[in-house]
Ligand binder design. Structure first.
Ligand code: PLP
Length: 448
């Protein structure tokens, strides 16, 4: 059955009903719910939270001001809020085996700023991953405030190689060690935003120890894979770990920090009052829900399925003639090098073409990209969201061929229309919110 993605459902979403007095916003939320359920969501940093997380984030907890921390607030009436935040902190510590958790950062970027502010002085040297090879803006981009306060030095990945057994494009630990020796950073940052391999915290620890540097692990992307036991945990290895709660961890949009007990005070003071005012306690409740969900055995199965699906998608894309950066993936994301597929095709045009075919992903630089960060020669894809919706390896194989067909037929509207119709049928079989009624009827495949 082919869906009309623009058609409103018979009763609309619950959001449309709750917002009956504001039809403009109601319509937009309904439109976005339909977009999410009728097109493929392959953005590596996105996921579908559970209805329980949505309920917490949409709750009356948003009304409460709670500057400070449980037991030490600057406003009255925080008895219940203290229990909410304590529950979230306890669950975060239990989930990751951490000594201390701060669940107040509004986002991953805010968490990272707090870590730098807590542990460094302005002007200190930080060794982090190069942005165009996978690092994040908050790892010292000239466009980020981080580069105005601290002095960043960057390591990268090894060159690509034609040897299928050692394809390269993995973190160059020789370079990390050499730069640590010559630059004497006060902090080394491990972690990336576009890196398809496991990041082992142990070699970073050894290098940090050899020069007396702090080790900060930015776990923003693979937090859910670590929680689900699919990747090694940096908690207890790194001095401090930040993560986002909305990527593979599948919670509400936000950040969090884990650290040793002796760093707790510095971290907490850097978040509040250092950087933020009142915490978003409705989001913190959503984080608590997500931490509990991530402790369930089903989340271990989910994390394993995310990685399995990424490998299946990598194989399907390779069969379509795409080269994968580093030769494949160990996590939830893939970086596709478009140069070998079609030297004329930029990441920007590929992203826009796939958008027209109902396939949502983002363009990305590849290591040593000849094009700018605005054009790029690569695409970044992730499997976290559609795995939540219940898709498996067979669907990943289909998606790989659909991407190949869409990009080969990018000047052919009929070909793109045909792909879009197949995408709609695929999505209809795997609705992300089968119980919420997005206005699109389909067979609930069951969330993982
Ligand atoms: C996503 C990400 C962040 C920032 O998270 P936001 O919530 O978008 O601020 C920081 N570091 C890394 C490595 C990321 O991937």
């Amino acid at each position: 059955m082919t869906q009309d993605p623009t058609a409103a459902g018979p009763s609309g979403t619950p959001f449309e009903r709750w917002l009956a007095d504001d039809p403009e916003v109601a319509k937009l939320i309904g439109d976005e719910a339909r977009r999410q359920s009728t097109t493929l969501q392959l953005i590596a940093s996105e996921n579908f939270t559970s209805p329980a997380v949505l309920a917490a984030v949409g709750s009356v907890l948003t009304n409460k001001y709670a500057e400070g921390y449980p037991g030490r607030r600057y406003y009255g009436g925080n008895q219940v809020i203290d229990e909410v935040e304590d529950l979230a902190r306890m669950r975060a510590c239990e989930l990751f085996g951490a000594e201390h958790a701060n669940v107040q950062p509004h986002a991953g970027a805010a968490a990272n700023l707090a870590v730098y502010q807590a542990l460094l002085d302005p002007g200190d040297t930080i060794l982090a991953m190069r942005l165009d090879q996978g690092g994040h803006l908050t790892h010292g981009s000239p466009a980020s405030i981080t580069s105005r306060f601290w002095r960043f030095v960057a390591y990268g990945v090894t060159p690509a190689s034609a040897d299928p057994d050692a394809p390269g494009e993995v973190i160059d630990f020789d370079e990390v060690a050499a730069l640590a020796k010559t630059e004497r950073p006060k902090m080394i940052v491990a972690g990336a935003t576009a890196y398809p391999r496991v990041i082992d915290p142990q070699p970073f620890r050894e290098i940090a120890d050899s020069v007396g540097a702090l080790l900060f692990f930015d776990l923003a992307h693979p937090a859910g894979l670590v929680a689900g036991g699919a990747h090694p945990s940096p908690v207890g290895v790194a001095d401090v770990v930040s993560f986002t709660t909305h990527k593979t961890l599948r919670g509400p949009r936000g950040g969090a920090i884990l650290c040793r007990a002796d760093l707790a005070k510095a971290i907490d003071s850097a978040v509040f009052p250092g950087l933020q005012g009142g915490p978003l306690e409705h989001v913190i409740a959503g984080k608590a829900v997500a931490f509990r969900e991530a402790m369930a055995p089903s989340f271990r199965a989910y994390a394993a399925a995310v990685v399995r699906n990424a490998r299946a998608l990598a194989a399907a894309l390779a069969a379509e003639g795409f080269r994968l950066v580093s030769g494949g993936t160990d996590n939830h994301l893939l970086l596709v090098d478009l140069l070998g597929f079609d030297a004329e095709l930029t990441g920007k045009v590929a992203q826009e073409t796939l958008d027209r075919a109902g396939i949502t992903l983002n363009r990305n630089t590849i290591p040593d990209d000849p094009r700018s960060a605005f054009q790029t020669s690569g695409l970044r894809l992730g499997t976290a969201a559609e795995t939540t919706a219940g898709m498996g390896e067979a669907e990943m194989a289909t998606i790989g061929t659909l991407i190949g067909r869409a990009l080969r037929g990018r000047d052919d509207e009929a070909a793109l229309g045909a792909v879009r119709a197949e995408v709609a049928d695929l999505c209809a079989a795997f609705p992300p919110y089968p119980t919420l009624g997005t206005g699109v009827d389909g067979r609930p495949a069951g969330r993982v």
